[in-house]
Write a protein that binds this ligand. Structure first.
Ligand code: ZN
Length: 239
């Protein structure tokens, strides 16, 4: 089975459209959360994602914030402003879809969650000690996470190591691994191109992709929506 694995779309329709075009055909779509937040097109992105084939989708912290499920004081100033805007702009259908999302999914021997297996909504996997502690919370060898917006692989085989995957190279699922496909709508590794991966569950191999999209058009809609300017600026720099 060919699976599109993607995360952190953040209401960026141009980035999502570019990813879906570049991904070609796939049998299933696994979405690791934060469909909304920061970006100007939350409802449009949900409409696209909802209709993807064999969708498995978990809830992220911005999805939860849009539903009023988490205290906005835990967000920084900009994220808080954007989350308020989001709550005012989500349609009933979008709220209904986001409300139904689980925090964690196990499918085909693979765990899907937004932040970490231990704390799926909030925890960032940014260092080896945190990742190591999280391995105890996995029932599967392989886990896909998002949340940090940085493509990374944590690999455990005798010891824990990490690396940033390179687009165009084929990688195997050959150990205990936590893999982050990067972000569709707000990359933060100083590469502004939208990020995603494609997994072949038969050969147990996967490949990372980066694709360009129309950033100025999204920036303009961010400004028109009255969202913080910095949210538009950062897209061009990838941080
Ligand atoms: Zn995010």
């Amino acid at each position: 089975m060919n699976v599109l694995v993607f995360s952190d779309i953040h209401g960026n329709l141009n980035a999502l459209e570019s990813v879906l075009k570049a991904a070609g055909s796939f049998d299933a779509a696994w979405c690791l959360g934060d469909l909304v937040g920061y970006g100007p097109d939350p409802n449009e992105c949900i409409e696209y994602i909802r209709d993807l084939p064999n969708l498995q989708c978990v809830m992220g912290n911005h999805d939860a914030a849009g539903l009023g499920k988490i205290d906005l004081d835990s967000f920084n100033h900009e994220a808080r402003f954007a989350a308020r805007w989001l709550k005012e702009n989500l349609t009933m259908e979008s709220v209904q879809f986001l409300s139904g999302l689980p925090q964690r999914i196990e499918t085909m021997g693979i765990t899907l969650c937004h932040g970490s297996p231990r704390n799926p909504i909030w925890e960032y996997l940014l260092d080896l000690p945190t990742v190591l502690a999280n391995l105890a919370y996995l029932n599967t060898d392989i886990c896909f996470t998002g949340h940090t917006h940085i493509p990374v692989v944590f690999r455990w085989e005798e010891q824990l190591e990490w690396f940033n995957p390179i687009p165009g190279k084929t990688y195997s699922l050959d150990a205990t691994m936590i893999i982050n496909p990067g972000s569709v709508g707000q990359p933060r590794d100083h590469d502004p191109r939208a990020s995603f991966l494609k997994l072949d569950t038969e050969t147990r191999t996967w490949e990372l992709f980066r694709v360009e999209y129309d950033i100025p058009s999204v920036q303009e809609r961010i400004r028109k929506a009255g969202l913080p300017k910095r949210l538009a600026l950062r897209l061009a720099e990838g941080w």
